[in-house]
Design a protein around this ligand. Structure first.
Ligand SMILES: *Cc1c(COP(=O)(O)O)cnc(C)c1O
Length: 380
């Protein structure tokens, strides 16, 4: 089975060389735009490409505003602060995610609470969230969600759209609304993924994107905050050292961060964004080929949820059991076809081992079975 998969991947990518999990491609105007920043000398914190990148991304996602940041983790950190997360607060998220989601919570000196994912979406489960809140939380007289045991504020909820597949947003919006919890979407992996026709990352109070080198499009390193006008203005202020506009004085009116995206990186982003729909077309064609390959086998290919258009950023397959997963990982990697297990669950990492959590049976089941497959864009 693994040998047939290796053959299939080699045929698809038309190479006998090493095949990475995800490599960026630059077939558009990348060199032209980047060279333009060098010629203009505006490579750093000032320049027209940042403004253009923000405008283009707002228009692509349908967000009223977009604020570029130095990476996706920084975008999440600031978004959580703007959602009101303070030291000692609880923030709900899923254990099946990249560590950045949890680290951003910890940077706010808040504590993550791990709630299970749905098998169908691999994203935060609205049902499991509701069950945990019913058992552990109450609304106080001011309507603030607090834990019954120790009166901690449950301030925000951060679902993540795993591998680009949208989570159950209708369910999550309804539960968080009822419990008065802010929704902040970690859409780092889901640029180009739509839930019922609306772009992921635009459902919550704030949403964040990442343009790291392994994402569907890249700026080298970079991120974006998606938000409405007032919050976006606050995000811009906080990510640019909280400097008041002035002709020459240095006045910073609160603790700010140096989280802005350099113009050089934004130039790369503008060129990549021009090709995003082409990239997604290539990804969806590859996903369809994988789906075809795995049909009728005892491995289950992870498909986009109903009513969604997924970007299929990282293709994934669910193996029968851990032994089979280990065999697949070993055979493919030893023959130059890169595959990876899903992340170690956050509650298994040293920093988050003691964190609160609900029952995590789906996440644990997936942790021992999911394998990511080569997913790079094939340029025709
Ligand atoms: C990539 C990623 C991020 C952000 O990563 P950066 O490298 O900081 O841009 C955040 N959350 C998830 C789930 C990611 O996959």
């Amino acid at each position: 089975m693994s040998d047939q998969l290796i053959q299939f991947v080699r045929d698809y990518f038309k190479t006998l060389e090493f095949i990475p999990l995800h490599a960026p491609v630059f077939p558009g105007r990348e060199k032209e735009y980047v060279a333009d920043t060098i010629e203009s000398t505006f490579v750093s914190s000032v320049g027209a490409y940042v403004d253009r990148f923000e405008k283009d991304m707002a228009s692509y996602t349908g967000s009223s505003k977009a604020v570029a940041t130095v990476n996706g983790t920084a975008a999440l950190h600031i978004s959580l602060k703007l959602a009101g997360v303070e030291a000692g607060d609880l923030v709900i998220t899923q254990p099946l995610t990249f560590v950045a989601t949890c680290n951003a919570i910890a940077y706010c000196n808040a504590e993550p609470v791990f709630i299970d994912v749905d098998r169908e979406t691999l994203g935060l489960s609205a049902k499991a969230l509701e069950a945990w809140l019913e058992e552990n939380a109450k609304l106080d007289t001011e309507g603030v969600c607090r834990t019954r045991a120790d009166n901690k504020v449950v301030r925000a909820c951060v679902p993540m759209h795993t591998f680009g597949h949208p989570a159950d947003l209708d369910g999550l919006i309804s539960v968080t609304h009822r419990w008065n919890i802010s929704l902040v979407e970690d859409a780092a992996e889901s640029l180009g993924s739509f839930y019922k026709g609306k772009h992921t990352g635009t459902f919550g109070t704030l949403g964040t994107l990442s343009f790291n080198g392994n994402k569907i499009m890249t700026t080298g390193g970079g991120g974006m905050i998606l938000a409405g006008g007032a919050l976006a203005a606050r995000a811009k202020h906080l990510t640019t050292t909280a400097k008041k506009p002035h002709a020459y004085e240095y006045i910073h009116d609160e603790l700010g961060y140096n989280y802005r995206l350099p113009n050089l990186n934004a130039a790369l982003g503008c060129a990549q964004l021009e090709q995003l729909e082409t990239f997604i077309g290539a990804k969806r064609a590859l996903a369809a080929a994988y789906e075809d390959f795995f049909s009728g086998t005892n491995q289950e290919f992870v498909r986009e949820p109903a009513d969604c258009r997924s970007n299929y950023w990282l293709n994934a397959v669910i193996c029968e059991d851990k032994a089979h997963r280990d065999e697949l990982l070993h055979t493919t990697n030893s023959q130059g076809v890169m595959t990876r297990p899903v992340w170690t669950l956050m509650n298994h990492l040293a920093m988050y081992r003691g964190s609160r959590r609900g029952a995590l049976s789906n996440a644990e089941w997936l942790e021992s079975r999911v394998v990511n497959l080569p997913s790079s864009v094939v340029v025709e």
